[in-house]
Structures are given as C-alpha cells and as structure tokens.
Write a protein that binds this ligand. Sequence first.
Ligand code: ADP
Ligand code: MG
Length: 238
Amino acid sequence: MSVLELRSISKVYGRGAAEVQALRDISMSVPAGMMVAVMGPSGSGKSSLLTIAGTLEEPTSGAVLINGQDVERMSNGAKARVRRRTIGYVFQDFNLLPGLTAAENVSLPLELDGMSARRAHLAGLKALEDLGLGDQARRFPDQLSGGERQRVAIARAVVGDRSLLLADEPSGALDSANGESVMRLIHTYCKRGTAAVVVTHDAQLASWADRVVFLRDGRVVDQTMPPAGPETLLEQPS
Ligand code: ADP
Ligand code: MG
C-alpha cells in the first residue's frame, strides 16, 4: 500500500475568464521509503500538487489517498489528525516561529498533538541531535544560519515518526552546499521508511530522488528513475 496515492487529480482555480487549470489528470503513487522529486517551470503546478497531496487544499476532481484512506471520505477530525501526525511539511522560507527556540519549534507539533511538554521537549531534542543540531537547541531562529534553520524545519516535519514528508523547494533559499545537505537529509529519512515528495528546480539536487516527475502546464510530461544518484557514488568502496 502506498503512503500517498493521487488518482487522476485535476485542480481548477477561479472561474470564467479568470479560470486557471493548475493540474490536469495527475496520478502518482509514493510507497514508504521512496523519495520523489517534482520539477517543472514556474506555474506548472508543483505547489498545487503538494498542497493537495498534503490535504491542505481539495482537488477539483480525483482522489487523494493517505495510507490507503480516501481523504474526501475522512471526517474533519480524522483529516486534522492526518495533518498533525502523518504528514510533515517543509517550505522554502522555513516558517519557524521566531519567538521559540529551535527545540521549542520542533516540539511544538507534538505538544499540539497532546504530548506532555516534557516528553515533547525530549523528542524535539533527540530530533535535533539526529541532525547534528544538539548544540543549537536553545538558539532562536535568528541565531541560526539558513542551512541550520532549514534543518530545524525538517526536524519539525519528521518528529513523531510521520510517514509522509512534503517539501516545497526546501533548498530554494540555500546555497548549493546547504541545499545538498537538505536533500541528503530527506534521502536519509526515506531510507528509514518515510515517503517524500520534494519540489526542486535544481536537477543536481533532484538526483537524490528515486524518481523525478516533470510537470508542465499541470501535466506530467516525463518521469525518470535516475540511474546513479550521488548516494550511489558515496556507497562505492574506496
Ligand atoms: P508552481 O509551484 O509550479 O510555480 P503553482 O502550483 O503555484 O505552480 O501554480 C500553478 C498555476 O495555478 C499557476 O498558473 C498559478 O497562477 C495558479 N494558482 C496557484 N494557486 C492559485 C490560487 N490560490 N488561486 C488562483 N490561481 C492559483
Ligand atoms: Mg511553487
């Protein structure tokens, strides 16, 4: 069973003369452990695809299944739970809360989900330590570099063992070394069993993915399985 399944998704924004068809008949299946990169020019529907996959917006037609469950048939409570527990989101501009430390930013979703502050804090610290950010746990976002902030945002998105990671140009505001380390990190989570869909405009970064989907005018125009991503080079014996 796929963690994420999109069945013939179409999305129309606006009406009449202002009507925009953002997505046209998109189908996609992302099993546990798979990292999919989505590429395409500006306006091709990448963000629309991600917000619909993340249940933040409804498709005009078609179905979204999360762990086999049709989102349209879920109660509002069940949908909210899926957003809190199953799906993690990472955005280009990090979206960290400036008044909270790194550790507090990461533990917040767990607390919102009902975990005690103490347990949430410990889980947040652990997630930061896993990313090599243990020493930065007490810092506020403006005391962190861009690369560190994005790693905190990724820790927040995966904390609590979520099964689907959705990232919209997570490396868009980073230099190439930090962009590379963000993709490597997402790749590592996928090897542990997370499913991920990552939008990027950088072909080099997309090569971290198991599959690359190309969008144009809301349609899938091509899909590839990169023969040798950077990880296979790293795995070669020296
Ligand atoms: P991308 O992320 O690839 O740049 P988007 O998914 O943001 O593309 O946008 C796809 C198309 O849908 C664009 O033409 C965009 O203007 C339009 N669009 C996206 N969101 C909205 C919205 N909320 N209202 C109206 N049009 C939108
Ligand atoms: Mg976009």
